[in-house]
Design a protein around this ligand. Structure first.
Ligand code: NDP
Length: 318
């Protein structure tokens, strides 16, 4: 079967992908989006989204993604369920990028916007998985507010855990931070912030043994990995901040990435090392990781794609 030829392919359907789609469609790039395995992205696993401007009463994550999809479709984006399984990006300006969907459909795209996001890592304990959405969360900035004035715990010793622990300490009565080693991996500045909070206790050499509670989190059984001692505390929220994995496996060998697999973009743009291929959202951002920042870079990617196509067309005409 002959490959389908399109101007703009968007891979991934979170806030970055949909915002790119809205802008690309309005610029008449006739974008086609493949949603991936988790249509709507990470926000569909959150309950209330209270920090996206324009929703004074908040909105639940899945509803917000439906609205973003409708907005993208209103301007002509074609949203398709499907998974991009391999890519062959051109090195040339004006080159055609070959993409395979679901291992059997071939697409040739003049521009590609990658917005495949990242996946938060979890510990993998059955009790943790059971209580996801019932007090276990991987995003303090998204869900911390629901635990205002309560006692919570956070797992991790990197910059994210340190930053989120201090964020939680501003809202919650008390925060217990569980660090599996005898030191924090976080930067000195972050460590200082953690150590300066009176309502934040750091427990080193400490891991989660079990999350307690049936429907919602009621407590935590912790294990000291040096002494083998177990201890229980009462908490209502458990935040997991042990890192994210960018969803970039299919781009390995094609795009420049950092040591953890985040796509590297050029300066303040969304340009990757391949002309006509752009990256937006969490797939290229390990620092901010918010729906609103992802949406912002989605907009940038569509503008970068539009400008790239205009340059290519001018060069062809000249
Ligand atoms: P990191 O990979 O830096 O840290 C992960 C932390 O989680 C480590 O302390 C690690 O422990 C711990 N961990 C991993 N797996 C487990 C597990 N199964 N059980 C218990 N603990 C575990 O991830 P971050 O998300 O913190 O940061 C990612 C990158 O983003 C870093 O480069 C960071 O500097 C950057 N960043 C910068 C920020 C800033 O500058 N404002 C803010 C946020 C992130 P161990 O040390 O034992 O491996």
């Amino acid at each position: 079967m002959a490959a389908e030829q399109i101007k703009c392919l968007i891979i991934g359907s979170g806030p970055a992908g949909y915002t790119a789609a809205i802008y690309a469609a309005r610029a008449d790039l006739k974008p086609v989006m493949y949603t991936g395995l988790e249509p709507g992205g990470q926000l569909t696993t959150t309950t209330e989204v209270d920090n996206f401007p324009g929703y004074p009463d908040g909105i639940d994550g899945p509803s917000m993604m439906v609205q973003l999809q409708q907005q993208a479709e209103r301007f002509g984006t074609e949203v398709r369920i499907g998974m991009v399984t391999s890519v062959d990006f051109s090195d040339k300006v004006g080159g055609i990028h070959k993409v395979t969907v679901d291992n059997n459909k071939e697409i040739e795209a003049e521009t590609v916007i990658i917005s495949t996001g990242a996946t938060a890592k979890y510990l993998g304990l059955p009790s943790e998985q059971k209580l996801r959405g019932g007090g276990v969360s991987a995003c303090a900035v998204c869900d911390g507010f629901f635990f205002k004035g309560q006692r919570v715990a956070i797992v991790g010793g990197g910059d994210t855990a340190a930053e989120e622990a201090t964020y939680l300490a501003n809202i919650c009565e008390h925060v217990t931070m569980l660090v599996r080693k005898d030191y924090l991996r976080a930067s000195k500045a972050m460590q200082h912030r953690v150590n300066s909070r009176e309502n934040l206790t750091v427990l080193y050499n400490t891991e989660v043994d079990e999350v307690l509670g049936d429907q919602v989190v009621e407590g935590l059984r912790m294990l000291n990995n040096v002494t083998g001692e177990k201890q229980e505390i009462d908490i209502t929220g458990l935040f997991i901040a042990i890192g994210h994995k960018p969803n970039t496996d299919i781009f390995k060998g094609q795009l420049d990435m950092d040591s953890t697999g985040y796509v590297i973009t050029e300066n303040k743009s969304t340009k990757t090392n391949k002309p006509g291929v752009f990256a937006s959202g969490d797939v290229q951002d390990k620092e901010y990781r918010q729906a609103i920042t992802a949406a912002g870079t989605g907009c940038m990617a569509a503008l970068d794609a539009e400008r790239y196509l205009a340059t290519v067309e001018t060069e062809v005409e000249a």
